[in-house]
Design a protein around this ligand. Structure first.
Ligand SMILES: [Zn+2]
Length: 147
């Protein structure tokens, strides 16, 4: 009954025994974790359920692929991709701005739809690592510079 090779995604780090829990519509075996009661299927037909989909989305976005080309490469819909991008972005931890370091603040101006609708991108870089520690997108006001 118990299957060694099937992992529970929530109980990462420890191999937990999963037990059979019926079958899917397509006939694949479904398993349930004894601890957290989360079910999973070993081989999903739907590409977005695969465990490395979010990792691939991040990698392809960093490579500069657009929404439609990323969706085409991963064989998922653009709606699913956009929802995943939002959820991945919400889980990013903000870096800590500490007093001992030097930061560079710069701004960039662009417009949305027409040239009267200016939008400013203000960002702060940590000088040594060149990583973005904070940014703001919107109108140029005194609030914008506070970040
Ligand atoms: Zn579990």
């Amino acid at each position: 009954m118990a299957l060694n090779s099937t992992w529970c995604c929530r109980c990462v780090g420890e191999i937990k025994y999963m037990i059979k829990y019926g079958k899917t519509k397509s006939g694949n075996q479904r398993y349930i974790c004894k601890l957290c009661k989360k079910t999973r299927v070993e081989n999903y037909n739907y590409q977005a359920y695969k465990p490395d989909t979010n990792k691939n989305i991040v990698q392809l976005t960093k490579e500069g692929l657009g929404i439609r080309s990323t969706a085409r490469v991963l064989k998922i819909s653009t709606t699913t991709l956009l929802k995943r991008l939002v959820s991945i972005a919400r889980n990013i931890n903000h870096p800590i701005i500490s007093k001992g370091r030097t930061y560079e603040v710069d701004e960039m101006c662009t417009y949305i739809r027409n040239k009267r609708n200016y939008t400013w991108l203000v960002y702060a870089l940590e000088k040594n690592s060149k990583s973005v520690v904070a940014f703001y997108v919107g109108r140029r006001t005194n609030k914008t510079w506070i970040l």
